[in-house]
Design a protein around this ligand. Sequence first.
Ligand code: 1CP
Length: 322
Amino acid sequence: MRQAGRSLPEYFEVRGDGSILDAIQDADRATEITLQPIRRYGVDAAILFSDIVTPIWAVGFGIDITPGVGPTCEQPFAGAADLDRLRPIDAANDLSFQSQTVRNLVAELDIPLIGFAGAPFTLASYLVEGKPSRDYAKVKALMTGQPELWHQLCDRLADYAIATLTAQVDNGARAVQLFDSWAGALRPEHYRQYVFPHSQKILDAMADLGVPRIHFGINSGELLDQMAEAGADVVGVDWRTPLAVARERTGGRVALQGNLDPGLLLAPWDVLEAEVRRVLADNAGNPGHIFNLGHGVLPQTDPEQLKRVVDLVHAEGKANPA
Ligand code: 1CP
């Protein structure tokens, strides 16, 4: 349940008014923010409080997270000269604050900590567009018009993902999640040609670390087979694709994560309860299902609704163990 904290008053107290990158850089605050939803909801795993753009920020590319907007770059990535702004990352120095947060959390938690990174397409979308996008027109133009430059850009972004994930696992994270939130904007042939090799490189590099690899996207129903093939142990499914369809498309090779529509957390409880039960029924008792939302928690969500969802899933899981 990404961004579970965003709907909590205690989150805003600790986060302060500035960019969340300030809170991410401060291991004590980042530790506290990670723990807040765990205390509230009693979920079965924690997800590190950081962001997919943290490594890009750490190498000094010039990216910020603008409150109420998301990642923004004053000077977006526009040509080969901008590759120089993406120097190789040295996780021990550049990401030491994040490693400290991971160590703090592992010492504190009695549930697994999930580490994460952004996948090259989704990161490149922010660098090239300069802000969240609806149509991904600039990034698609670069990808198809200057494929050599595109692959160089993605190769660097893949190296950042490998560096941050390796550091998180070395410091005690027990699963990794690769977020390719916006890859669903591409048709399957373009995904295969321009994105797959880079995400595969990351997931392959993770194979030796011995932790489960979750590969997540939204609007990704047409890509689920490739997202599994890229080297995932678990594939995230959004609410548009029923779990049974996702299982068929991935050939039963992977576990599934999902797929409650986060918008429905704002519906009356009887509607939400029926949706939770339907997701569980869609899974039909198959082993290898991580119940989750299909995307992040909306900020206007009532924390009580989330608590009820977690309690219902736990009660159903105990009543019908896989
Ligand atoms: O649950 C958590 O809080 C864990 C930490 C976390 C994670 C896993 C944050 C903190 N961000 C992320 C991943 C992330 N960040 C993704 C991939 C997952 C997904 O699709 O949801 C993406 C696309 C981002 C980029 C980003 N950062 C956005 C999306 C903008 C867009 O394009 O629509 C936003 C709004 C942010 C800011 C951000 N990052 C994290 C939080 C809690 C917030 C909100 C900041 C706030 O309002 O305080």
